[in-house]
Structure formats: C-alpha cells, structure tokens
Design a protein around this ligand. Structure first.
Ligand code: NAD
Ligand code: ZN
Length: 355
C-alpha cells in the first residue's frame, strides 16, 4: 500500500521574510477579540528577535523553555495556561525556535482542540479534531520538524510522536537570517541530524525515487555547508533540512536514530547530539557516511562526549537495548525484513557499551 500524505500547504522562504509575518497572520485574524499566541524559545527573551514579533490587539508571547526536550506534561500545562488566559481559542499559534519549540507549537495547537492529555495521542492518527491554525518558524535547521507530520514528545510511558495530518504546520516561514546566531556546536549537531536523515534514507531498503530525489539534494547541500562553508550556508542548510524531512517522510530513518532513541530514553541525551554520538560508532553500517561525517567534525573542531554509558546498571543497559530494538520500521529500513538476524540484542548491547 502506498501512503497518501499531506504536506505543509504554505511556505515563505528568504532572508528577512520574518518581517512579513504580520501580513501572513492578518488574513487569519477574525475580529477584535482575536488573538495570536507566539510560542517563543526563551533563549530569545530580551533579544532583538523578541522585539520583532508582530504583536497586535490581544496577542501575547509565551516564553517556553527547551532545556529538556518536550514532555507531554509540559504541553498540558501550556494548554491550560492559554485556556485560563482567555475563554476564546486563539486564531493562531506561532512557534519560533528550534525543533523542540516547533514541536511544542504543533502539540499545543492540537491539544487546544482535542480533549485530555497530550499523552493520550502519542501514536499514529489518534487525533480527531483539526488543530488551531499554526505556523512554524525555525531558528535552527536540521530536524525537519518544520515539515514533518509529527511532534516528538516524552510521555509518562513512552517517547513517541503525535503523528497525524493535523500535526503539520499550516504555514512555515523560513528565514535563513534567524539561524545565523546559533552557537556553533548546536548548529553542527542539529545540522548533522539532517545529514544523518539523508544517509539513513539513501541507504535504506525503503528508498524510492521520491525519497532519493529529496535526499540526494539535501545531502549535497549538507556537504557544501559543512565542508566548504559558503557565504550563503544558512540558506543552504535551511533547504537541506526541508528536503531531508521530505526524504524521510516517504522512507524512514535507520540504525543511528534507533540507537539514539535508546540513549535519549535512558540518559535524556538531546536528539542532535545523541545522533552525532551514535553515528560515530556506525562505520560498519554506513562506511562512507561516517567517514565524511568525521571530516566534517574535524573541520569544525567538534569533540564528542565519550564514556556516556560507563556508569549504567545492567537493567539500564537492558532498557536501552530494548528501546532501540523496539523501533522495528527503522531497522527494517536499514537491513530489510530479516534485520533481526543482523542486529541482535548482543550487537546492540556491544555498541552501547562502547559509547
Ligand atoms: P532544540 O530546539 O532542542 O534547541 C537546542 C538549543 O538551542 C536550545 O537550548 C535552544 O534554546 C537553542 N536555540 C535554538 N535556536 C537558537 C538560536 N537561533 N540561537 C541560539 N540558540 C538557539 O534543537 P533542535 O536540534 O532544533 O531540535 C531538537 C528537537 O527536535 C528534539 O526535541 C527532537 O525530538 C525534535 N525533533 C523533531 C522532529 C520532528 O519531525 N518533529 C524531528 C527530529 C527532531
Ligand atoms: Zn533526526
């Protein structure tokens, strides 16, 4: 069966296009009680970007913190805060930040119109009601969260996205100037998330011409950005992220993402750095990709943390391995239907013990 999937219907791209946000939102404002909620990463609190948020009428900024990756509990709390503030639903939610903030904006817009806790909807197509209109404006590039139909959340029982067509943004605003100020390491880790999406998609058994077309362009852009550092590297990385997201939308990620989920579940390791740590141990699976990745790391003087798992108990190791092996479609994409013969419990354990 071929999947029939939605994409983000409206896209604006270009340096300085953030300044057109007011015009984009204007079309969505209903009447004088109307308001927009801007979900802004608190890293921008008091920074020039905050002053450029086009507040009108009863609009307000909700500063959010992403020191921890988004949790369902945090989403529920933010939704309560929005509902307590006014009885009328906002006309729109605008997320401005990295992948975590974009995911929070998606989840909040869904949970404003769907009853219960965000944890009730972790899974595939469990959402019944359309979300509040929502806009995504990335300030880091690589995750592809701007274009994906998921919002990755950690709940009381599992780390799993709310995957649905309603999750997709109604609009994305891609302004390369917004990613220019990111700290070098974070820029690299999030950018490598994209590079790894491409490698895993292009080397997967689920590959098809749709995913290849996007993946090949994305990886070419990543090579230029991270090995040549051209003047317009921010524009290029922004497009690489978008295309990488489109590539995996119709294929799947692979071994590195499966293993990084285990790390993240047990140690709370963030997505970008978790993928970077893991990828460095996968030269047997992705030899060319890992070799090129190491050149990129060297060029940017990136030193990865080591000995992360040294102090873990046997039961923590066991959990880590089981979380990783539970991601069946990722392994299937990587090795085909007989993946269990290749990626055994002992092999995953051995990989984690080295990390
Ligand atoms: P992030 O959003 O977690 O942010 C990382 C850090 O960078 C934070 O401290 C943040 O405050 C800071 N930051 C963001 N933009 C900045 C800027 N311009 N200048 C300075 N600091 C800035 O990082 P990320 O790597 O973009 O996103 C990772 C998250 O994305 C994870 O929660 C992961 O689960 C999620 N993710 C989602 C998808 C999806 O399809 N929905 C895909 C991959 C990853
Ligand atoms: Zn990723």
């Amino acid at each position: 069966m071929y999947r029939n999937f939605s994409v983000v219907p409206k896209v604006m791209f270009g340096r300085g296009c953030f300044d057109q946000l007011d015009g984009i939102l204007e079309e969505r404002r209903s009447d004088e009680t109307s308001h927009m909620v801007f979900i802004l990463d608190d890293v921008f609190q008091g920074k020039p970007l905050e002053g450029r948020v086009p507040l009108r009428q009863q609009d307000y900024i909700l500063h959010i913190n992403v020191d921890d990756e988004p949790k369902t509990r945090y989403i529920d709390e933010l939704v309560d805060r929005i509902k307590e503030r006014t009885p009328v639903l906002p006309d729109g939610i605008v997320g401005i930040g990295g992948g975590s903030t974009l995911d929070i904006a998606k989840a909040v817009s869904l949970m404003l119109t769907n009853p219960g806790s965000a944890a009730d909807y972790q899974g595939w197509d469990l959402i019944n009601n359309p979300a509040v209109y929502h806009v995504g404006i990335p300030t880091l590039s690589g995750t592809g969260a701007e274009v994906s139909r998921t919002t990755v959340l950690t709940g009381p029982e599992k780390k799993l996205g709310i995957n649905s067509d309603y999750t997709l943004f109604d609009q994305m605003v891609l302004d390369p100037e917004l990613i220019a100020g990111a700290p070098k390491e974070q820029w690299f880790y999030t950018g490598m998330d994209c590079y790894i999406h491409d490698v895993e998609s292009l080397h997967g058994t689920f590959l098809n011409e749709f995913s290849r077309a996007y993946g090949e362009k994305s990886i070419e852009l990543c090579r230029t950005v991270f090995l040549e550092e051209p003047e317009d590297k921010d524009d290029k990385l922004m497009m690489a992220s978008l295309f990488g997201g489109m590539s995996i939308a119709y294929s799947q990620v692979g071994a590195c993402h499966a293993l990084s989920y285990g790390l993240s579940f047990v140690l709370g390791t963030h997505h970008g750095i978790g993928c970077c740590i893991t990828f460095d141990y996968l030269e047997d699976i992705y030899p060319q990709g890992v070799e090129e990745y190491r050149r990129m790391m060297e060029k940017h003087g990136i030193v990865l943390p080591r000995n992360l798992t040294g102090a873990l108990s046997d039961s923590q190791f066991d959990t880590m391995v089981k979380v990783a092996l539970g991601l069946v479609p990722l392994w299937e994409n990587c090795f085909g239907p007989d993946w269990r013969k290749i990626m055994t419990y002992d092999r995953v354990m051995e990989l984690y013990k080295r990390m």
